[in-house]
Ligand binder design. Structure first.
Ligand code: HEC
Length: 177
């Protein structure tokens, strides 16, 4: 008995494997590129609608968002002062550039000082967080690091916004401290 001539797979297994590998490589190259572009586009959308620029982009709220994309997310040296001390919106262009995807996922879900809504990041899917990561990195590095956070009661020389609840009923006032 001989192998049926039309059965190419059994006739030349090495050639078949080679063809399969070449086809897989040809198919996966453009797919990978568009997946990255899709992630960047989704990240741009998520960052735009979830308010990250309000704090992390200087002048964004004051100019109703009319800040060129190339200048966004570079952090702010105007602090937020409250019972947690003084915190500064960080330069996300620098921090994402220095992070791996895995480290970013873990870091983005860790507790941070107010008024950073870190729980919003915690509740995002991995895909959404990685899309934000891809988008911020696509902007490239720019600017200087924001000042380091100051401990409660520690004096700062930068401008800052005081986040102190006023006129709260006693019980509520205690809950916010
Ligand atoms: C209300 C102001 C505010 C908003 C809105 C905000 N942040 Fe922040 N963010 C901060 C502050 C302040 C810090 C510093 C927190 C600290 O010192 O612990 C911070 C820290 C971070 C950090 C950790 C430090 C770093 O650079 O890696 C990440 C990541 C981050 N923000 C991402 C985001 C993203 C993404 C959004 C939008 C979904 C966002 N933030 C929205 C104020 C804000």
């Amino acid at each position: 008995m001989f192998t049926h001539p039309t059965n190419r797979r059994t006739r030349n297994p090495v050639l078949s494997l080679l063809l399969a590998a070449v086809t897989a490589a040809a198919l996966s190259a453009p797919a990978a590129a568009s997946t990255h572009d899709d992630a960047v586009a989704r990240g741009r959308y998520l960052v735009g609608i979830s308010g990250c620029n309000d704090c992390h982009t200087p002048g964004y709220a004051e100019q109703a968002g009319a800040v060129p994309e190339s200048d966004r997310l570079t952090g702010s040296s105007v602090g937020f002062q409250g019972p947690w001390g003084t915190s500064y919106p960080t330069n996300l262009r620098l921090s994402t550039a220095a992070s791996t995807p895995d480290a970013w996922l873990q870091h983005a879900r860790s507790p941070m000082r107010p008024p950073m809504p870190w729980f919003a990041l915690r509740d995002m899917s991995d895909d959404d967080l990685l899309a934000i990561y891809a988008y911020i990195r696509s902007l490239g590095t720019q600017g200087a690091p924001a000042p380091a956070a100051a401990a409660p009661g520690q004096a700062v020389t930068t401008p800052y916004i005081e986040f102190m609840p006023k006129n709260l009923p006693q019980k509520q006032a205690m809950a916010t401290h």
